[in-house]
Design a protein around this ligand. Structure first.
Ligand SMILES: Nc1ncnc2c1ncn2[C@@H]1O[C@H](COP(=O)(O)OP(=O)(O)OP(=O)(O)O)[C@@H](O)[C@H]1O
Length: 231
């Protein structure tokens, strides 16, 4: 589905990704881990740029509109599926079908208040679920998420991850929750200082491998761990 070779990304002089090579297959459930500043969001934004025709993106910044209702924020996920005039009329007075679709989706995400409620009145966890609802409402084949559950409790995170998996063929997600990554994803990659230091598939994955990655234990001689220069 996607192959990147020797990718280097910078912010002015600051190197964020260094000579990173990576292949992603259609259908993969790929978690990206790493400490703060390792380059996860930068890599994810790049992957989205490469795949954006087929991908929904839930970024850390969320990009929600404060002055609009929950309904309108979620509906924005579908703007590209409709003619501009449909979008305009729906903005002024919501049509029945999208209104019922968005209401149902919000209920599934446990947003148990009227969808007319303004974004500015919502909590952090509620906003995060509105951003997730907007990404789900894009109805794309690929889901790209940057810590989409960071403000949610573990039980809800698992339930919403199941929803994401049910509705997307390929999932690429930055996660801080180690057990969520280990239990649900079929591949985990780990970044350190912009380089790939871990790339392990489901049959190779275990908790120790992830702990070693975080605690700077050097990889054994024969292991699924690859350095940036190996791939
Ligand atoms: N807009 C920017 N301008 C300059 N440097 C940036 C910018 N955004 C990120 N960086 C730097 O690039 C590096 C990678 O940042 P990035 O946000 O990709 O890391 P991250 O692994 O996603 O971190 P976190 O887990 O804290 O979100 C960091 O050193 C960060 O300081």
């Amino acid at each position: 589905m996607l192959r990147i070779e020797n990718l280097t990304l910078k912010y002015e002089e600051k190197l964020a990704i260094r000579q990173l090579s990576l292949s992603i297959k259609a259908g993969e459930k790929l978690a990206i881990i790493g400490t703060s500043g390792a380059g996860k969001s930068t890599l994810l934004a790049h992957l989205y740029q490469c795949l954006k025709n087929d991908a929904a993106y839930s970024s850390q910044k969320q990009g929600l509109v404060e002055g609009l209702s929950t309904y309108h924020n979620v509906f924005m996920g579908s703007l590209s599926r409709h003619h501009w005039s449909y979008n305009l009329f729906n903005l002024v007075s919501p049509f029945k079908l999208p209104l019922s679709e968005v209401t149902l989706l919000c209920q599934e995400l446990e947003l148990d208040f009227p969808v007319s409620k303004r974004l500015s009145e919502l909590s952090g966890g509620q906003r995060q679920r509105v951003a997730l609802a907007r990404a789900l409402y894009q109805q794309k084949d690929i889901f790209i998420g940057d810590e989409p559950f960071s403000a949610l409790d573990p039980l809800m995170s698992r339930r919403l991850l199941d929803m994401v998996f049910e509705r997307h063929n390929t999932v690429i997600m930055v996660l801080h929750d180690k057990s969520l990554a280990l239990e649900h994803f079929d591949r985990i990659i780990g970044l350190k200082q912009g380089q790939l230091h871990l790339d392990a598939r489901q049959d190779e994955l275990n908790s120790q491998l992830v702990d070693d990655f975080y605690s700077d234990v050097p990889p054994p001689a024969v292991s699924p761990i690859l350095t940036g220069s190996d791939v």
